[in-house]
Design a protein around this ligand. Structure first.
Ligand SMILES: Nc1ncnc2c1ncn2[C@@H]1O[C@H](COP(=O)(O)OP(=O)(O)OP(=O)(O)O)[C@@H](O)[C@H]1O
Ligand SMILES: *[C@@H]1O[C@H](CO)[C@@H](O)[C@H](O)[C@H]1NC(C)=O
Ligand SMILES: *[C@@H]1O[C@H](CO)[C@@H](O)[C@H](O)[C@H]1NC(C)=O
Ligand SMILES: [Mg+2]
Length: 330
């Protein structure tokens, strides 16, 4: 910032030397103004780790969840409460750790995007938001040790640069066992580690683990004639933790994360029904600046696969294929 200011200032000084003889007072006034403007411009162009770029607004998150995330009343409520509580706490004892679970195409990535947008001015584009995907970043089994070191270095480096950093780990169920263990100390209740405090950082894990059990619970509610909206977090928590504990093959599930209670909250995503798929289709049309056409979208939704076969209750691929499918129907 100072550097740019200096450059601007010297530029102004040269100009003022030329006009000095005429009007010394007003030129130096312009000089100060240009410097101030330069600072403003700098702040506007370069993302900095401060309130200019990082500012949480709970009502914005609430509005976004209500408007953009369909059929996920449990996840919306839990995330809004947890994130708001954490962000409003001036002295959190540990970083925020969320684990999002559910069937494919139900909005887990969308949710992490909405959280990022509620905190960072640039949302997912922010330099302080880091997305790691198991299959893209940590693909090869034989490089596990390298990955572990790298991940530790990245998390530490980025939190040192900006304490309010966000790390999203996608496809946790495809992550090699042990990898997440390498960052476990960062998730814990430490004041600081090697002079770095991780208490302002946010970690979000995404996975399909528990998706089938969650669908089972939703189906049981339906069978019992209960409304989807009656499903509560406590009805689903068991479903998630059971499947998470039982799948020791992959991801961080047999890691010490779970028995050490480092995950603040497990967030369940319900399988989507046809009416939610229709909502996704209409939203997609609006996003494409088209006139939303319910008839078209319903035709598309009708042709998708649903389970269980006899009831056609839940969309097998959620809203995931909507944007590509829609092309065939318009
Ligand atoms: N509940 C939802 N409300 C609105 N849009 C949704 C919802 N679920 C999915 N979508 C849309 O469908 C697409 C895929 O969703 P997303 O990537 O969030 O799914 P996911 O849960 O991460 O799936 P996967 O487990 O396969 O990664 C996105 O374009 C998203 O906007
Ligand atoms: C949050 O955003 C809303 C609307 O954008 C605004 O009215 C409100 O003042 C903001 N709240 C805070 C605490 O910044
Ligand atoms: C921050 O994380 C990114 C990966 O998202 C990595 O490439 C970069 O080197 C890290 N920065 C530091 C300072 O460690
Ligand atoms: Mg996803």
């Amino acid at each position: 910032m100072g550097h740019m200011c200096m450059t601007l200032l010297s530029c102004i000084l040269i100009t003022s030397l030329i006009v000095d003889a005429f009007e010394p007072i007003s030129t130096s006034f312009i000089g100060a103004g240009a410097c101030y403007f330069g600072n403003k411009l700098y702040k506007y162009l370069y993302e900095t780790c401060d309130v200019n770029w990082i500012r949480f607004n709970s009502s914005n998150l609430e509005v976004a969840l209500n408007k953009e995330l369909f059929g996920q009343h449990v996840a919306s409520r839990v995330v809004l409460k947890t994130v708001t509580g954490y962000m409003q706490n001036p002295n959190p004892k540990k970083p925020l750790v969320l684990s999002l679970h559910g069937w494919t195409g139900t909005g887990k990535n969308l949710m992490s995007q909405l959280i990022a947008e509620s905190i960072y001015h640039k949302g997912m584009e922010s330099g302080f938001v880091h997305l790691f995907t198991a299959t893209a970043h940590f693909q090869h089994q034989k490089h596990l040790e390298t990955y572990k070191e790298q991940l530790q270095m990245w998390v530490k480096g980025n939190v040192t640069k900006c304490p309010r950093s966000m790390f999203i780990f996608d496809e946790m169920d495809k992550m090699q066992p042990g990898l997440i263990d390498s960052i476990k100390p960062y998730l814990d209740y430490y004041d600081n580690l090697d002079g770095v405090s991780y208490r302002q950082a946010i970690f979000i894990f995404l996975s399909n683990a528990g998706g089938e059990k969650i669908a089972e619970v939703a189906l049981n509610f339906w069978n019992a004639g209960q409304e989807r909206e009656e499903i509560e977090l406590k009805d689903l928590e068991m479903a998630i933790t059971l499947s998470v504990f039982n799948n020791k093959q992959s991801g961080f599930w047999h890691a010490t994360l779970i028995d050490k209670h480092l995950v603040d909250v497990y967030v369940p995503f319900l399988p989507l029904e046809q009416k939610h798929v229709v909502q996704c289709g209409l939203a997609e049309m609006v996003a494409r600046k088209m006139k939303p056409d319910k008839e078209v979208v319903e035709r598309m939704a009708q042709d998708l696969n649903y389970f269980p076969k006899e009831h056609r209750l839940f969309a097998t691929q959620g809203c995931k294929v909507i944007s590509s499918r829609l092309d065939y129907y318009i």
